[in-house]
Design a protein around this ligand. Structure first.
Ligand code: M6R
Length: 609
C-alpha cells in the first residue's frame, strides 16, 4: 500500500523522511522516492526497489534539506518503474499521492492541450501539473493546491512542496487517511501515525476535505468548504509493534472507515489502465482463464459470502456456471470434479484450515486450475495456488472481517470482468464504463460512511432485541447474510438472513412487533418484488429498517425507517450496501457493552478444523 511522509523543520529532514518510509514498509510497496528543497532548488531521488536502496542513494548524493516529501508506492502488474515512482514533478513543484483520481483522463487531456508533457503513467502526475497551472494565477502554493484539489474527483491524500516556497508543505485529504505530526518548531504529515512516532506523539487526524498549510512554527487547516478550522490534537499511544487506533475506539471501527483507502489500494491497478488484463491474476492467467468452463468457489464465513456475491456476477456477466461451497463441507463431500473448472479460494488470512484443506482436496480430486484471493501475501493458501490476487486491505485486526470483505468483492468484480472479456461478453464501451465505476468506488464508499449517525439510532433499537431478520433479493441476499453474520458475531443478537421471497415459506411466522427486520433495497430490477415482501412484514407488525438507494421511491412511515445511501453504484451496489450493515453491528455491540474487537469464543484466524 502506498505511504506518504512529509516534513518542514529547521534540521535536515532527509533521515526523518526515510525513517518514516521505513516504518511504513510493513504495508508493502515496491518503489520509493523523496524530494527535498536544497538552496531553493528541488532535488528528487527515486528507486524502483526498497527504502534501503533509496537511503543508500541519498547518502551517495549527499541529499539534505529542511523541507521535503517522500513516498512508498505499491505498483501493480508489470514491473514497478522509477518513472512511475513518486514524487512527481511539474516545474519546481513536487507531489506525492495515495488513492485514486477518477477524472485524471479528462484533466490530462486539458493539460496536454495547454502544453504540459507527461513522463509517467500515473494519475499523480496530473495533480503536479494541475497545481503548476494554478500557480500561474494563485497567490501561493496553498491557494494553488486548494484550487487544484477542487477539480479532483476521487478518494486521495496528497503532499505538495515547491522550490519557490521552501519551508512550506501543503497536504490534503479526501477519502484516504492523512494526519499531521506537531513537533517543536517543526511540522510533519503522514498517511499512518507509525511513520511519525520517531519525531512526535502529538497527532492531528485530518477530516474529509481538509487542506493544510504547514510551516515550521504554524499550520492552518481549511475544511472542505474552505473555512479555517481547528482540529483536536491527539496524543498517540502507539507502541512500535502495534497498529495505531488513531482517532478510533476500536480496530473494527477503524477498519470500517479504512475501506475507501483499502479499495483504492486494491483497485490501484485499474486506475490508469485503459483496459482490464488477465495478468491481474498472475503472469500465466490469460491461458488458464481462457481454458476454464466453470468456477468453483471455496471459502468460510465472511469470505464465503464474498463468494456467493461473486456467483451472481460471474454467471450474469461472464456467462460461466459458478458453484460456491462452504470449505468445511466441500472437503468431506463426494463431489464430481471438473478438471476444466477454476477453483477459487477466498480468505483474508490465507491460513484458514478448512479452506486450505478444501483446496488440497480439490487438487486430489483432479482440479488443475487454482486461484486464491487473499489479503496475506506469504500465506499458505497463496503458496498453494498457481494464480493469485492479493487484496490490499492492510492488516485487519478486528475479529469481525470488514475491509477484507469489501476488497475481496473488488477482486471478484475484476475476475468477473476479465472472464467476461475473454469470452467476448464485454464491449469496449462497457469496459470503460466499469473501469470508471471502479475508479469512483472509493469516493462512493466515503459518501456511504456518512450515514453513520442515522445507523447509530437504529443500533440503539436493535440492541434492545435478541433476534433480527435480514432480507435481500438477488445479489443482495448474500449481503443480507453478511449483515446477519456481523450482527450475531459481535453483538450476540441472534440474526438470520433470508432471500426475501422465502419469507412466506416459513420465517414469516417469526415476525411480530418485537422483530426488527432489515431490508436491503437497492434500486434494481427486484425492488418492486422486495417491496411486496416488505409489505408482508409490515402487515404483521414487524419493524422494518430499509437501506435504499438515493433514487428509490421509499420513505419512512410508521413501522418503516428508511436510510438512503448517498451514492449509487450499479453492479457494484453490494459493496456499498455492506458498509451500513457493518456500522449497525458495530454500534449495536457498543450499546451492549461487548468487546467489539475480540468477540467471545471467536479467533481471527481459524487455523484448526
Ligand atoms: O481468514 P478467512 O477469510 O479465511 O476467515 C474466514 C472466516 O473465519 C472469517 O471470515 C469469519 O467468518 C469472520 N470472523 C467473520 O467476520
Amino acid at each position: 500500500m502506498c505511504g506518504i511522509v512529509a516534513a518542514v523543520a529547521g534540521r535536515d529532514v532527509v533521515p526523518l523522511l526515510l525513517e518514516g518510509l521505513r516504518r511504513l514498509e510493513y504495508r508493502g510497496y515496491d518503489s520509493a522516492g523523496v524530494a527535498v528543497i536544497v538552496d531553493g532548488k528541488l532535488q528528487r531521488l527515486r528507486s524502483a526497489g526498497r527504502v534501503a536502496e533509496l537511503t543508500a542513494a541519498t547518502a551517495q548524493n549527499k541529499l539534505t534539506g529542511n523541507t521535503g516529501i517522500a513516498h512508498t508506492r505499491w505498483a501493480t502488474h508489470g514491473a514497478p518503474s522509477e518513472k512511475n515512482a513518486h514524487p512527481h514533478i511539474s516545474g519546481g513543484i513536487a507531489v506525492v499521492h495515495n488513492g485514486i483520481i477518477e477524472n485524471h483522463d479528462a484533466i490530462r487531456l486539458k493539460l496536454q492541450a495547454a502544453g504540459y508533457q507527461f513522463t509517467s503513467d500515473t494519475d499523480t502526475e496530473v495533480i503536479a501539473h494541475l497545481i503548476h497551472r494554478h500557480m500561474q494565477t494563485a497567490a501561493d502554493i496553498f491557494a494553488a493546491t486548494c484550487a487544484a484539489v477542487g477539480e479532483l474527483q476521487g478518494a486521495f491524500a496528497i503532499a505538495v512542496a515547491t522550490e519557490a516556497e521552501a519551508g512550506r508543505v501543503v497536504v490534503a485529504r479526501r477519502g484516504a487517511p492523512l494526519l499531521l505530526g506537531i513537533g517543536d518548531g517543526e511540522m510533519f504529515a503522514a498517511s499512518d501515525a507509525s511513520a511519525l512516532l520517531q519525531v512526535t506523539r502529538r497527532m492531528i487526524y485530518l477530516e474529509e476535505g481538509d487542506v493544510v498549510d504547514l510551516h515550521r512554527e504554524r499550520y492552518e487547516v481549511r475544511d472542505a468548504a474552505g473555512k479555517k478550522v481547528e482540529r483536536p490534537i491527539h496524543l498517540s499511544e502507539l507502541t512500535a509493534d502495534a497498529v495505531d487506533l488513531g482517532p478510533y475506539r476500536h480496530y473494527m471501527q477503524k477498519e470500517i472507515f479504512e475501506q475507501p483507502g483499502a479499495l483504492a489500494n486494491t483497485l490501484e491497478m485499474v486506475v490508469n489502465a485503459q483496459s482490464l488484463s488477465p495478468q491481474l491474476f498472475g503472469v500465466d492467467a490469460a491461458k488458464t482463464l481462457a481454458e476454464i468452463d466453470s468456477v468453483l468457489i471455496l471459502a468460510c464465513g465472511t469470505s464465503y459470502h464474498a463468494g456467493v456475491v461473486a456467483r451472481y456476477w460471474i454467471e450474469a456477466i461472464a456467462g460461466l456456471p459458478c458453484i460456491v461451497e462452504i470449505a468445511s463441507e466441500y472437503r468431506y463431500r463426494a463431489s464430481v470434479p471438473n478438471p476444466r473448472a477454476l477453483v477459487v479460494t477466498i480468505s483474508q488470512s490465507g491460513e484458514t484450515a478448512d479452506t486450505i484443506a478444501a483446496l488440497n482436496f480439490a487438487k486430489e480430486l483432479g482440479h488443475r486450475h487454482c486461484l486464491s484471493i487473499c489479503n496475506v501475501p506469504e500465506s499458505a493458501l497463496v503458496r498453494l495456488s498457481d494464480l493469485r490476487f492479493l487484496t490490499r486491505a492492510g492488516p485487519e485486526i478486528g475479529v469481525a472481517s470488514t475491509k477484507a470483505f469489501t476488497t475481496q468483492l473488488a477482486a471478484l468484480v475484476l475476475l468477473t470482468l476479465v472472464l467476461a472479456k475473454l469470452r467476448g461478453r464485454l464491449t469496449a464501451a462497457n469496459e470503460q464504463e466499469l473501469i470508471q465505476a471502479l475508479r469512483h468506488l472509493p469516493a462512493a464508499l466515503s459518501h456511504v460512511l456518512q450515514v453513520e449517525a442515522q445507523i447509530k439510532e437504529w443500533a440503539k433499537k436493535f440492541a434492545a432485541h435478541d433476534h433480527a431478520l435480514f432480507l435481500g433479493r438477488g445479489i443482495h441476499y448474500p449481503i443480507a447474510m453478511e449483515g446477519a453474520l456481523k450482527l450475531k458475531e459481535i453483538s450476540y443478537i441472534h440474526a438470520e438472513a433470508y432471500p426475501a421471497g422465502e419469507l412466506k415459506h416459513g420465517p414469516l411466522a417469526l415476525v411480530d412487533k418485537e422483530m426488527p427486520v432489515v431490508a436491503i433495497a437497492p434500486n434494481d430490477a427486484l425492488l418492486e418484488k422486495l417491496k411486496s415482501n416488505m409489505q408482508e412484514v409490515h402487515a404483521r407488525g414487524g419493524q422494518l429498517y430499509v437501506l435504499a438507494d438515493r433514487d428509490a421511491r421509499l420513505v419512512s412511515s410508521a413501522g418503516v425507517e428508511v436510510i438512503k445511501l448517498p451514492d449509487h453504484a450499479g453492479i457494484l451496489s453490494p459493496i456499498l450496501h455492506t458498509l451500513p450493515l457493518q456500522l449497525l453491528a458495530y454500534h449495536a455491540a457498543l450499546v451492549r457493552g461487548n468487546d467489539v474487537d475480540k468477540p467471545r469464543n471467536l479467533a481471527k484466524s481459524v487455523t484448526v478444523e
